[in-house]
Design a protein around this ligand. Structure first.
Ligand code: NAD
Ligand code: WQD
Length: 338
């Protein structure tokens, strides 16, 4: 199978490229490097020993995407490309709606013209909103999102569903990721956020490696065993392997199907600090701060459907997550290109 990965040079895309190639599939990558570097793909090639067809292009550019689909004739598209910073989306909603929704609309139009019928989409557990109670199941109604980023995922899911209703030939798999973390076991690829990290694990990693003084834990007065929020942290290689199964499913089915990609196991902020401290061999310094606006107390998956239908379940736990995140961070203290 030939799979085209939009946003394939990014964090999840680059790990998925490795998993796809290791499963025997061909990979084509399209990325505009808005939040990534071609160095990530060079390293994917180093890990896999395979040359990757790489296009520097905007996935919302219909003319360019039409030509790429025409020339490459992929069996399936996995659409990672998008803007993903929750706080930034509040400040720049128009840019978020424009980029995230335009890319999906453009791809759907170009797919129709070029006869590509299989599509896997990077959605997010954020679409469950604030009112559903975890563990979240795919049957729960989507909730009210707390920020424009979340709404772009919510709306893209709806657009893709509507497109499959109108076209019997179309197959769409919506993947709702929980909290992707960790890095490839080689330490050659990993998460490389620009500026101050918004997310917990890259922040902890940068404290551990000495780039930042301490982590601020956002609130310890939640109704949880240690007072900090709980999340479903999933190793990015488990997530990547879930995409292999999802793409294989997409090419052999029609219509829309939605899957949670999570472990089903919640861990608190302090659980992650402690696991990381163990992995890196010293205590990660932290202070307790106020709650962060918009945080939900608890979020974790019911991961049964992916296991039953795709035959996929996460294999790696928080010790492997922290070991691999530390391996990446300690070998690449400033990320790619530095
Ligand atoms: P990332 O920023 O590392 O990767 C996204 C990639 O898309 C980047 O390489 C970026 O340069 C590229 N891109 C953005 N707009 C583009 C465009 N118009 N044309 C071409 N390339 C473009 O992010 P990630 O963490 O790998 O996330 C991948 C996808 O998964 C995103 O859609 C994100 O919203 C979604 N997601 C991520 C998380 C998470 O916590 N990382 C959770 C749920 C969902
Ligand atoms: C995890 C926990 C924080 C940083 C976000 C998006 C979601 C999805 C994944 C894309 C929370 C706490 C964090 C820090 C902390 N992305 N924390 N100190 O908020 O669960 O999800 O990323 O789809 O849509 O909302 O992830 O890693 O930011 O936070 O205490 O410096 O860590 O309060 O409890 P979150 P996160």
């Amino acid at each position: 199978m030939k799979t085209l990965l939009t946003g394939g040079a990014g964090y999840i895309g680059s790990h998925t490229a490795v998993a796809m190639i290791e499963a025997g599939h061909d990979v084509v990558v399209v990325d505009n490097y808005y939040n990534s570097s071609p160095e990530a793909i060079r390293r994917v090639e180093e890990i896999t020993g395979k040359k990757i067809a790489l296009y520097e292009a905007d996935a919302a550019d219909a003319e360019v995407m039409r030509k790429i689909l025409h020339d490459e004739k992929p069996d399936c598209i996995i659409h990672f490309a998008g803007l993903k910073a929750v706080g930034e989306s509040v400040a720049k909603p128009v840019e978020y709606y424009r980029n995230n929704i335009d890319t999906t609309l453009t791809l759907l139009e170009c797919m129709r013209e070029e006869g590509v019928t299989n599509f896997v989409f990077s959605s997010s557990a954020t679409v469950y909103g604030e009112d559903n109670v975890p563990p979240f199941t795919e049957e729960m109604p989507k909730g009210v999102c707390t920020n424009p980023y979340g709404w772009t995922k919510w709306m893209q899911e709806q657009i893709l569903r509507d497109a499959t209703v109108a076209n019997d030939e179309l197959s769409v798999v919506l993947l709702r990721y929980f909290n992707p973390v960790g890095a490839h076991e080689s330490g050659k690829i990993g998460e490389d956020p620009q500026g101050i990290p918004n997310n917990l694990m890259p922040y902890i990693s940068q404290v551990a490696v000495g780039r930042r003084d301490h982590l601020t834990v956002f609130g310890d007065d939640y109704d949880t065993p240690d007072g900090t929020c709980r999340r479903d942290y999933i190793h990015v290689m488990d997530l990547a392997e879930g995409h292999v199964k999802a793409a294989e499913y997409a090419v052999s089915h029609k219509g829309t199907e939605v899957f949670n990609l999570g472990t089903g196991n919640p861990y608190s902020v302090l659980d992650m600090v402690n696991a990381f401290s163990k992995a890196c061999g010293h205590q990660v310094k932290y202070e307790i701060g106020p709650r962060r606006a918009g945080d939900v107390q608890d979020s974790w998956a019911n991961a049964d459907k992916a296991k039953a239908v795709l035959g996929w379940e996460a294999q790696r736990g928080i010790d492997e997550i922290c070991r691999d995140a530390w391996n990446w961070q300690s070998h690449n203290p400033q990320g790619y290109d530095k």
